[in-house]
Design a protein around this ligand. Structure first.
Ligand SMILES: [Zn+2]
Length: 315
């Protein structure tokens, strides 16, 4: 039985937001057991909060956005991936601005600051969702499924008609060591025509060759090389790890994704919630399925947040 984890101390990062192009900062703080991940922001004299769960999902067009009331936070997928990839259950992510910094377009800078801060085991066991019957979603050539499996696993397949990508297949065993070594450093990628179109619509304003791998018609626009020959499919796994964390608990199942992205990833999370007969909870203690289905900030999490308030740093 694994214990829940949080950070030993707060971790900080600043940088440009991929879509807004403006400078933002985050501080990731330790949080008590059963809090989950909650985005928080100082608004006047109070703290606005938004749990990182599917119930607060906003749009998924080019990035994942969470929204609660008038607090919206954009581009949460890579920090959520770092937290889930390292098996950090509980954290407050304090945001200055409305977007998580893009960093280098991967999850590695987030992993770095989290590892530097250090992780600490907490007094309660971690709860899991265990898939007992398959769930499948498809949309034309795109599909995603989850099947029963003894251990968490991801199989991802992509197919782009570009000489540097073509067909890529990746198997990820979902351990923190595998995530850190093989997934975290894979960067966001885009095609030159797509980037030019985004800029013409006023999107992707913070996008640059420092945080995006841009493919030209037959090669790479970036002057540096790919970090892995199959960096694209590894980044898709990174995105899926972050999007799946929106269910609020780690899932034991075998995910099989083909040619897909944030929209179908999050539809699968919703489909899991919509089919509670296809999974069970493990080590859930006092947590009921209905709590998972309607998960909001827990009472203990909210109380601790109020206690934390004076200690929040202006980052
Ligand atoms: Zn991504």
């Amino acid at each position: 039985m694994r214990q829940q984890q949080t950070l030993s101390k707060s971790a900080f990062l600043s940088g440009i937001g991929l879509h807004s192009g403006s400078l933002g900062s985050i501080a990731i703080h330790p949080a008590p057991v059963n809090t989950g991940v909650i985005f928080v922001k100082q608004v006047g004299d109070h703290i606005a909060s938004c749990p990182a769960t599917i119930q607060y999902l906003g749009q998924t067009d080019h990035c994942t956005t969470l929204q609660s009331g008038d607090f919206k936070v954009q581009t949460v997928e890579h920090i959520l991936s770092a937290l889930a990839g390292l098996e950090i259950d509980n954290a407050y992510v304090e945001v200055q601005g409305n977007e998580i910094p893009a960093a280098d377009g991967s999850a590695a800078p987030f992993v770095q600051i989290l590892e530097d801060a250090g992780l600490v085991l907490q007094e309660e066991p971690r709860s899991y969702i265990k898939i007992i019957q398959p769930i499948h979603i498809e949309d034309g050539q795109k599909s995603i499924s989850v099947l029963p499996s003894a251990l968490p696993r991801i199989s991802y397949f992509i197919d782009f008609p570009h000489p540097l990508i073509q067909q890529q297949d990746y198997q990820h065993s979902c351990t923190p060591q595998e995530f850190t070594r093989n997934i975290a450093a894979a960067r966001t990628f885009a095609f030159r025509q797509e980037v030019e179109f985004l800029w013409s619509r006023g999107l992707g304003l913070g996008g640059s060759l420092n945080n995006t791998v841009v493919f030209s018609e037959s090669g790479l626009v970036n002057s540096d090389e790919l970090r892995f020959s199959n960096e694209c499919v590894r980044h898709k796994v990174l995105d899926l790890v972050g999007d799946l964390s929106l269910i609020g608990f780690p899932i034991i199942g075998h995910f099989k994704a083909k040619r897909t992205g944030h929209l179908l990833h999050t539809k699968l999370v919703q489909a899991i919630l919509n089919n509670p007969d296809k999974w069970i909870t493990l080590n859930a203690g006092h947590i009921e399925k209905s709590d998972i289905l309607n998960r909001t900030a827990t009472a203990s999490g909210t109380r601790a947040l109020m206690e934390l308030q004076p200690a929040f740093l202006s980052v």
